[in-house]
Design a binder for this molecule. Sequence first.
Ligand code: ADP
Length: 558
Amino acid sequence: MNETKTYEELLEELEDLSFQLKEANETIHAIRTGQIDALVVETEEGPQLYTLKSADHTYRVFIEKMKEGAVTLNSKGIILYCNSQFADMIDVPLAKVIGLPIMGFIPDQYKSRFKKITEQGWEFDSKGEISLKSKNGELTPFLLSVTSLELDEGIALSIILTDLTSQKDNERQLQLKNQQLEEARLAAYKMNEELEDIVEERTKDLLVSREYFKFLADNIPVIIWTADVDGKLDYVNRRWVEFTGFDIEESKTKQGELIHKDDLEKNVAGWQKALKEKRKYEGEFRLKRTTDGTYRWHYSQAIPFKDEHGNITAWIGTNIDIDDQKKELEKKDEFIGVASHELKTPLTSLKGYIQLMEFQENLSEAAKIYVSKATSSVNKLQHLIDELLDASKIKAGKLKFNKEELNLTDLVSLCIENSGYIYPLHQIKKELQNDIIVCGNAERLEQVLMNLINNAVKYSPNKKEFIIRAEKDKELATVSVIDFGIGMVNSDQDLVFERFYRANGSDSTMPGLGMGLYISSEIIKEHNGQIHVKSKLNEGSVFSFSLPLATKVESTSM
Ligand code: ADP
């Protein structure tokens, strides 16, 4: 039964308790600040006095300042001393901690572990982890470092508590990072394996394509070679080795011995020009065949291979054996030469007889018309035969002419006048500078100009006007024939000066042999001049030739 206390008794008791509390607080403060070295603790056996053997002011201040919790227990597990950090850790005011059994502050689930750690601590230094309930009721992990401590009254147990929260966090982070690292390592391993598979596959592909390239390069009926950026051979295919008898190493130094000496200079110059200008090389030369020592004509081409910046990294070339075709062509040329020469004599007499007929009196009107038609056909035939003869003479290097100083303006005027008779329905606009003096062969230059005029008329079926211009600058005289006819595409423009070449798919409605421009260009070349064309399909063409202005009289043959 509870005995009921009077108000006075309660008041007295309260005062007593307040006094005890004050005393306890003072005692704690005194211990913490090192003012006292001993402590009286109420135990079951009655009050007991504890003194710290090496009680030292400095250490106690130090313990109070450290971040770790510090607790001293007696053999019964009663808290003899603790710092304020420990009180904070368990969220109990400091005054209510000292003198109480520590087990009261250990969460149930950690009690046995705590017991084990402290029991060991009496024997030897021990460590272990437990969690304590902190302010918000959450469990906070701590590391306990337990060691026995000698006091005057006997041995006490000292416990240092280190908050493991951030360490655990770090561990967790580390674990996470390790896990991510492991994942990344696995991914990298997988990628590496895939890469190895790809490389293996590609290597196989490469080997197959290399073998295939080798097979192709060695068996193609054409010589293939590559050269470095400076033009030095660095690869030749089997066909080259079989033909020349030189492997790549020998070819590097002896290449020059293989080309016919008459073709060497021209081709070396062409090759050096291509290297210098970084442009495609093209040439024809005779190459020595090792098996029988004969020379065979080859058509050679080399294309510069460029990197993404446009710099040449290599040259890739082919040599095609054109000896058989060349011989065929020579035979054809020979035949054309002989045939045109043989045709010339009967044609001259045919022309003579027609002229005689023309002068006959009492010719009927019908006969006059027949004679005039025969004259025009014979003239066309003569033109064709002259062209064929000229072409074969050029090939044989037998077209000869003298050059002398002449007035190109007068020559152009004369041609325009003649054209007026031949093409009475056409209007020719003259744009001529006076007194352009060049050194040349009047007959051959007239032939060139008349060829350009005839072409302007022939290839402008729906236009009746064209322009002829003669002009000069400090060094050159230039004559241009400008028409507004069918024109031609770019690719044709590079080729129209070649023998037998006809542009626009050789339109059969326009008669011709494709020789006029070839002869013209050879004539102009022999005058140290140049001939060129600028043309646009369906808009017209400008054919021009330029000659050096006369300085002195020269004579040459071709
Ligand atoms: P031909 O006229 O006898 O065929 P040419 O050597 O004079 O031979 O000309 C070669 C080719 O160039 C012609 O077939 C023609 O296709 C083209 N050509 C020449 N002149 C012109 C021109 N003024 N306009 C368009 N094409 C031309």
